[in-house]
Design a protein around this ligand. Structure first.
Ligand SMILES: [Zn+2]
Length: 140
């Protein structure tokens, strides 16, 4: 342990339309925190080609800063979701994207539960709505 610790890691989408607002919300909620930012926030933790690497970054941060909690913040109207689920989201009502985020949160919790290292981190989930600037905590 490096002697400086922080309890929380926030994982959020790279999208410029929301990342500064999300950080501002998190400063209010958590004070200090580590960050990881990827297009689609939780998507690279679930994708086969990137899940091991992204999980390893969390493990590294935990080793460095003793993190206990990961807050995963997806947002609605996410371009990475539109690319990843192009066929499924084409012409679908907006509620369908909302549904996909919640479904992925469940899948991510399951993935963490099954991983001997990642299961040590408590997961929390939230969805950010850009027009409303509202962060909704999602309880699974
Ligand atoms: Zn996004």
């Amino acid at each position: 342990m490096a002697g400086h610790e922080v309890k929380t890691v926030v994982v959020f989408c790279s999208d410029f339309r929301q990342n500064q607002q999300v950080i501002a919300h998190c400063k209010e909620a958590y004070g200090e925190f580590d960050t990881l930012s990827f297009p689609g926030a939780c998507l690279p933790f679930l994708a086969e080609e990137s899940s091991q690497v992204t999980g390893q970054w969390l493990t590294t941060l935990r080793q460095l800063h003793g993190n206990e909690k990961v807050v995963v913040i997806d947002h609605l109207d996410c371009g990475a979701y539109k690319v990843t689920y192009a066929d499924e989201l084409a012409g679908a009502p907006v509620q369908h994207e909302d549904h996909l985020h919640r479904k992925n949160f469940v899948a991510l919790q399951k993935k963490f539960n099954e991983d001997p290292t990642l299961r040590l981190l408590k997961l929390e989930f939230a969805l950010y709505n850009i027009p409303d600037q509202r962060l909704e905590v999602i309880k699974l």
